[in-house]
Write a protein that binds this ligand. Sequence first.
Ligand code: NAD
Length: 504
Amino acid sequence: MTDLAFETPKPNQAAQAFLDRREHRNFVGGAWQASQSGDTFETLDPATGECIGLLPRSNKVDVDQAVTAARAAFDDGRWSKMIPMERSKILWRIADLIEENIDELAELETLDQGKALYVGRWAEIPGAVNQFRYFSGLATKIEGSTIPTSINYQPEGKEVFAYTQKEPIGVVGAIVPWNSPLVLTAMKLAPALAAGCTLVLKPAENTSLTAVRLVELMAEAGLPDGVINLVCGYGAEAGQALAEHSQVDKIAFTGSTATGRRILDAAQGNLKKVTLELGGKSPVIIMDDADVDAAIQGAANAIFFNGGQVCIAGSRLYCHSSLFDRVTQGIAEIAQGIKMGHGLDQATQMGPLVSREHSSKVCEYIDSGKGDGASILCGGDAAGPNGTFVAPTVLTDVKADMQIVREEVFGPVLVASAFDDADEVISAANDSEYGLAAGVWSESLSNGLRFANALRAGTVWINGHAMYDASLPIGGMKQSGWGRDSGQAALENYLELKTVCAIH
Ligand code: NAD
């Protein structure tokens, strides 16, 4: 990629007004406040490296205040005992407010994260709206069951009545990553609030701006004080303190598998419940009976959308040998045609990666692939004023034991291999410590369903990729996580099941 020059378009008025505030605050017990130490940290526009805001650098003390506020709000029932229809209305109102402010939120997300504007404006933030609407509906449908028992030792003339009820789990610590900040935050907050929990949200240090704006909108929607609390800061400080805190009942985490392990260790103290949405190295399989043009476009989108910074990115391509050259050439042509630039430019199809550290890491992975003998079909280098733009890259001549094939790169980097028969490709696709998602392209539904059964992945798409909906559970098998976000399954993450058994 020749060096990339671009203008930075001006943000819209609302986004600019937000940026003009410059220094942002935590939200604790209904009040906006600086970190208790007064320390701040910078958040950067990754395209340019320019500082676009200061966030409170929170530590244990701030986290403790936020957890205390969330605990009080949970224990006095101001949210959990609010009638479900009222909780439902507030969740719906949050969705409306996100929608009303979507242009501002999308631009802030782009400025902070780098993503091309359309990704936030048309995919992710509408996805966040849908999370709140979907769980608004479920807030009124949290039901237990009556259970017939075989108990026979009750006194003569008495009966046994047994039932279950579901109760909110309590105070939830939500810790989220930087790749798709708003929608991933919504995936935690919406079901937790529907269940009646109170929360402390810790956004990723790279991308806290839309979390600040979202929490403002949530307060405006009428959430009682203390129900949502926000602490900004670094993972090792604020995140770790939240994961360790003895008054937190549950951690809902999305991020890397390495951090997921740290969260588990930190959660041991009070044996808090933990759900983990972690990394992936998802296979995309193109069978010899696939609609080839659709599969080429689909496989390219699966890895290049949001610069490949997507947990379910289709980063390992397995293509039938009869189509391999045509498919890889087709994907390379798409890759070379992708317009890179500042995310705020409407013509941009791929923005920078989230930070210089991350783009260096992605380039190191590409170098390791080359060093191990892989060939670069296209891409392979970084550019831009801040060195954060990584060209969409396709590597061939890869082997199953290469680091670039086994580890999550989290960038626009595809490794492509050929196969000849179905059993061979199923075993190659399953040969991973991850099990988040998989895609299969075939015009035969029986082939597709056979693969869906055989692949060890939390989601399998047939003739598509990344088809998300608030109603569809998403999460991983193996080291891709514990539990599911989205869908009715996600609500259960935030509920305890109580059994009541009475003699009457
Ligand atoms: P990360 O694990 O570095 O950070 C995620 C969050 O954890 C951030 O808020 C960070 O500050 C915090 N954190 C870091 N160290 C911590 C600690 N010791 N204690 C508590 N919190 C800590 O992940 P990332 O680099 O921000 O995100 C990318 C990863 O997220 C990728 O692996 C990606 O696959 C994964 N991801 C998974 C899903 C999914 O649904 N499975 C979705 C999106 C992203």
